[in-house]
Design a binder for this molecule. Structure first.
Ligand code: GLU
Length: 491
């Protein structure tokens, strides 16, 4: 049977990197085995959910390239894919459970429950209440029930947890045992008629024929309840794989304190989706033999297995993400890279359509020269500004340090360059070294001066390549103007 997996976000926030990784593992599993990836929006918490958040989550998934086969916008055989539109179905399942004696109406009010809980004493060391629902309403006679109904009392529906121990085999954590005696008769429909998460998620996973539930570790304690519901509803129990948390470098749960947690923030910061995908997959998954880290999307699909997911938490290391981004930037074709940097060039006012037309080769050479220095897409606009425009920002310290007293050697360099038959990096380098020697200067001093003169900064890609790309006219204009720069500085 081909796997059917799902990502079931609650649209109460943006797409968090943890959620994205859960979606990714599901997607990889579906694609690896030719299965179906379902997107279901669990929007039953109407106060905290919003359509903006739904859109935000879809945008994040689209940006990562995680396409779904069934879902709210594309439809599918198990529609609707918004959980809020499936509540009648959940209630019908609750009625079935009540009719079969697997669930019962509970008329206890929140006040009564609170009083009993408080009377039972302080919470246990694990933080949970020492008190478990005492099944008061399971023992009601027909007359008791009739009286409550006549009085118009609202009731919740509780699942009757059977006695005895059970176990399931988590695909990540191995066998997990639990004892029914430790599980309270949990509520499946609230007294306002709203089905709870436990019922809704199981009902939908049954109706959508989900074969593998791959979700965050935070749900592991819910799984016994879910398995009991599958049994009572006579449905096959899917496989479960609980994926460990993502931690910050301080080993605390990843949060905004550690930096951006929204996938779309990473998009805005200039990360490539394929780098993010590669990085997120390796957060908690490993391909087994060897320490290979770099994968394309297709290679990840090919290599992925649930068995490769680690049972311990993964640490989100931003430097590693930068490394992945650089590696993936290196692998892009120039055409592709051009398309990716275009938005940030447009935003910086540095885009010129000629970069795709008559200046195509020149622009490709510029991009290639800067590529090894780029960590993020936006770096190119910032670093290459002095090549793409004549509007240069001179760093005052650099001017002071490297241009003072250099007017004469720079003029000699300018003259030597003007006389060059070919204005290419090798010829420029020879000219510069010749001038330095004739002037009794170290070549490095003249290189520093020329670099500040033409780039405004002390750091840039190789000077000779930069000069060649600027071309003789622009290089001449800048070198000639540089002599006056130190005098223009405020003293
Ligand atoms: N809506 C739930 C969540 O976002 C889904 C849990 C599940 O995958 O079962 O945590």
């Amino acid at each position: 049977m081909l796997p059917r997996v799902r990502f079931a976000p609650s649209p109460t926030g943006y797409l968090h990197v943890g959620g994205a990784r859960t979606a990714l593992f599901n997607w990889l599993y579906a694609r690896r085995h030719g299965g179906v990836f379902v997107l279901r929006i669990e929007d039953t918490d109407t106060e905290r959910s919003s359509t903006e958040m739904v859109e935000g989550i879809l945008d994040g998934l689209r940006w990562l390239g995680l396409d779904w086969d069934e879902g709210p916008d594309v439809g599918g055989p198990h529609a609707p894919y918004f959980q809020s539109e499936r509540l009648d179905r959940h209630r019908a399942m609750a009625e079935r459970l009540v009719a079969a004696g697997d669930a019962y109406n509970c008329y206890c009010t929140p006040e009564e429950l609170k009083a009993k809980r408080e009377a039972a004493g302080p919470p246990s060391l694990q933080g949970g209440s020492a008190w478990r629902y005492d099944r008061t309403c399971l023992r009601l006679t027909e007359d008791d029930v009739a009286a409550r109904e006549r009085a118009g009392l609202a009731h919740a529906v509780r699942f009757k947890v059977p006695e005895g121990s059970m176990r399931f085999v988590d695909l990540v954590h191995g066998p997990i045992a639990f004892d029914g005696a430790n599980v309270e008769d949990f509520v499946i429909v609230r007294s306002d008629g709203q089905p709870t998460y436990h019922l809704s998620v199981v009902a939908d996973d049954i109706d959508m024929a989900i074969t593998h539930v791959v979700r965050g570790d935070d749900h592991i304690s819910n799984t016994p309840k879910h398995i009991l519901l599958y049994h009572a509803l006579g449905a096959p129990v899917p496989e479960f794989a609980h994926v460990p948390l993502i931690l910050g470098t301080d080993k605390k749960r990843l949060s905004k304190r550690h930096g951006a947690t929204s996938v779309m923030e990473y998009a805005a910061q200039g990360f490539l989706p394929e780098a993010m995908l590669n990085f997120l997959t390796l957060l908690g998954w490993s391909p087994g033999a060897g320490d290979r880290e770099l994968f394309t999307r297709a290679e990840l699909v090919e290599a992925f297995s649930i068995e490769g997911i680690s049972g311990s938490s993964a640490v989100f290391n931003p430097e590693k993400l930068d490394w992945f981004n650089q590696q993936h930037l290196t692998g892009l074709s120039i055409e592709d890279l051009t398309a990716r940097v275009k938005p940030s060039l447009l935003a910086a006012g540095l885009w010129d359509d000629a970069c795709l037309g008559e200046r195509r080769d020149w622009f490709a050479a510029v991009l290639d020269l800067f590529r090894p220095r780029m960590k993020r897409l936006g770096d190119f606009a910032a670093q290459a500004r002095f090549v793409l425009t004549d509007d240069i920002d001179y760093d005052a310290d650099a001017v002071r340090k490297h241009l003072r007293g250099m007017a004469q050697p720079l003029a000699a360099l300018d003259a030597a360059c003007e006389a060059l038959p070919a204005y290419d990096p090798r010829s420029i380098e020879q000219a510069l070294r010749g001038v330095a020697e004739a002037q009794g200067l170290k070549a490095a001093a003249l290189i520093h001066a020329a670099r500040v003169a033409v780039t405004g900064k002390t750091v840039s890609p190789g000077l000779f390549e930069v000069l060649a790309l600027l071309g003789p006219d622009r290089a001449h204009a800048r070198i000639a103007a540089a002599a006056a720069l130190p005098d223009a500085l405020p003293s």
